[in-house]
Design a protein around this ligand. Sequence first.
Ligand SMILES: Cc1cc2nc3c(=O)[nH]c(=O)nc-3n(C[C@H](O)[C@H](O)[C@H](O)COP(=O)(O)OP(=O)(O)OC[C@H]3O[C@@H](n4cnc5c(N)ncnc54)[C@H](O)[C@@H]3O)c2cc1C
Length: 522
Amino acid sequence: MRNASIHVKLQTICLSLVCALAIPGFAVTPQFTQETDAVVVGAGGAGLSAAQTLLEGGAKVIVFEQNPFPGGTSNVAEGIFGAETKMQRDHYFSVPVQTKDSLFKHEMEFNHWKANASLVRWFVNQSADTIDWLASEGVPFEEVSQTTFDGVRTWHVIKGHGATLVKVLFGKVKQNPNATVMMETAAVDLITDGQNNVIGVVAKNKDGEIRIKAKAVILATGGFADNPEMVKQYAGNSFSGSVANFHKVGFGIKMAQKVGAEVEGMDVLMNSAVYDKKRPAVPGPANPTDLQFDAVSQQPMNIMVNVDGERFCDETIANNFILQSNAIARQPGNYAWVIFDNNLRRHYADDGIDGGMGVIVPAGSKVEKFDKALDQYVQEGDRNVFSADTPEELAAKIHVPAESLRKTIAEYNHAAAVNLDEAFDKDRHFIKPLTGKLYAFREVINYLVTGGGVKTNLQMQPLTKDRKPIQGLYVTGQDVGGINADTYGLSSPGTSFGFAVGSGRKAAQAILATGKAVVGQN
Ligand SMILES: Cc1cc2nc3c(=O)[nH]c(=O)nc-3n(C[C@H](O)[C@H](O)[C@H](O)COP(=O)(O)OP(=O)(O)OC[C@H]3O[C@@H](n4cnc5c(N)ncnc54)[C@H](O)[C@@H]3O)c2cc1C
């Protein structure tokens, strides 16, 4: 009983402290070390777009970035989705026209109408304006491309890729006298008033704790792809890791959840099938030779077999790394063996690959690094790359039943001879008989980014369980859920990076529209 009454008293004291903070016009208290109009947490594509838009609207902004460099995953993205853009109109008018309406329908049908239709509609409709805005900021575009054979040209590839966008926007934000950029400073908590409105942020760096009072806080922390426990919790255990580690561990989503935000689609990942490379002890930039091995492992002329030595798909889906990884995820052990012969090795090295791995290893690339390293990788014996003179010998090396692999290859060669793949209806243009020396790579599934996150309204405000927006808080980029339902779409590419930039701008515009976050206004 005594403990209970102490507990009640403590609660009362805490409550009155919180209420004091909530009094309108309450001066900066010792609880706050600084005051500003808006705080942006994370300096990736979403955060920088938000910060620059706020600054252009005259707001005072503090940006926190946990890494010593800006940009996060946005540094390695290549292109941005756009519908009915000037570039599409000027350069690709002869290509069947993809309108905002058709692309909206395409996105929703791809997602079986399980995505947030209003958010998707808004996203598609604003995409051309966002690309115009980026161009007006000085972000140079190279081409409007597609990523898959059946894809549409929505992918506005940036010259120098995402790193250029980061450089341009970060340069502008940093130079603005109304901006304070704090690198190596991680936001760790939100500060709320007594009514659960967000009124500030707590961040930490090597000098200690910083408590900022702000009229608005934008979360742009890039999702949780670099938090293996969270990925395991939400998406399962079949993944071998993230493609690019920028320490995105789910801070934004967790902070929003702590103040009552709902999440959705937390199991959706932008996944990819990649060659199971030897990982360096310390994660570093991708090895260009291994990138070519990845690209070769995504070629439609290969075959793929599972641990039973059996094919399990039309391998032309390898041109869409999401579909390839979805098919591999279904296989026992969640991996596959990619198999090709010496004729294909020569084709990839001498003529060039048929399907590009984005524009990182574009279609048509003559993969010389792969060709030079292949025999060395086989000899090293610990690179998940094998070669053999017969199917039976290969089967022994990759531990699949010999008779099964012999039969699989014989049936495939028969399909090549009769121009008909009865097993999976693979396009005959991509079926070549496998003869002579054979090679096998172990193919596993990775992910590029997480796709689930906080439920928001169209102002990018997080919603509570009873669909009420949490005031003072905005969520953007990969911290938002609802754009994809069960898997990521590559056939109208650029939606992930495009959403980051578009949602960052939108949150900033929504804050500016409240009239609160402009210097001198209260
Ligand atoms: C190899 C690769 C290629 C890709 N290519 C494309 C493409 O061509 N098109 C496309 O649409 N998508 C692509 N994507 C996905 C795309 O990169 C992301 O969707 C996009 O960059 C997400 O932007 P963001 O701003 O939400 O997150 P990020 O760019 O990752 O930025 C988040 C930032 O927040 C910081 N941060 C995290 N937590 C905190 C904290 N607590 N405090 C302070 N800072 C914090 C991080 O350090 C990071 O800098 C690709 C992804 C990969 C890995």
